[in-house]
Design a protein around this ligand. Structure first.
Ligand SMILES: [Zn+2]
Length: 83
């Protein structure tokens, strides 16, 4: 675990299939793949497009567990992108 230099939040780093390191929020989320345009990354580094699952979908067979790229939730994401 490390901490975001922009906002101090705890983050993890996932290596994507493209061998790039992506900062992600520490807490994984449930994602419905293919039903949205938000980007998530699994702990295996696979980037998926989809949307956050609603609470009633958290046990759906469609859902995946993935991480939210930290630049989407970071209040200082603009700083983040420039680095
Ligand atoms: Zn941050």
């Amino acid at each position: 675990m490390s901490f975001c230099k922009g906002c101090g939040a705890p983050i993890d780093w996932v290596t994507t299939a493209q061998a790039r390191k992506m900062p992600v929020d520490e807490e994984p989320v449930f994602v419905i793949p293919g039903d949205g345009r938000d980007r998530f990354v699994t702990d295996e580094g696979e980037v998926i497009l989809g949307r956050l699952a609603r609470p009633d979908e958290e046990h759906s067979p469609r859902r995946e567990v993935a991480f939210v790229p930290h630049w989407r939730t970071c209040p200082n994401a603009d700083d983040f992108r420039r680095r």
